[in-house]
Design a protein around this ligand. Sequence first.
Ligand SMILES: [Fe+2]
Ligand SMILES: [Fe+2]
Length: 138
Amino acid sequence: MSEKDIFKWTDSLSVGFDEIDLHHKKLLLILNKFKETLELPEAEYKAQIGKIVKNLSDYTEYHFSEEEILMKANGCPGYEDHCKIHADFVAKIKQGLAPLVSGNKQTGAEFSTFLGDWLLDHIAVADHQWADYIHSKE
Ligand SMILES: [Fe+2]
Ligand SMILES: [Fe+2]
């Protein structure tokens, strides 16, 4: 994480599972890279943006599936709803990919803000719910 990062990790975001915290940090890293890319000249932006969002999409799917395994193994309440929220978010990323390739930075700026705000809120609220449940049993 660097000073100019838009989406910042804070310790209060920790869910108390190192592996999951690492995933969340990596997702924020990719989203900050997305924001940085918006500063590039148009042609470079256009050349890089597809790869970044594909990376984000792939890593998000990997993270969600690992999180769902952990939730299921621990019998977390709200498992089905949480999986649905994850699936809807993955669908949104995939939908957002195609229009980005046109290279319109305004679209990219809005999309990256949506993704980062969503992720920070999801970690702070929804992910803490299942994590707190598991910790309460320990
Ligand atoms: Fe998560
Ligand atoms: Fe989650």
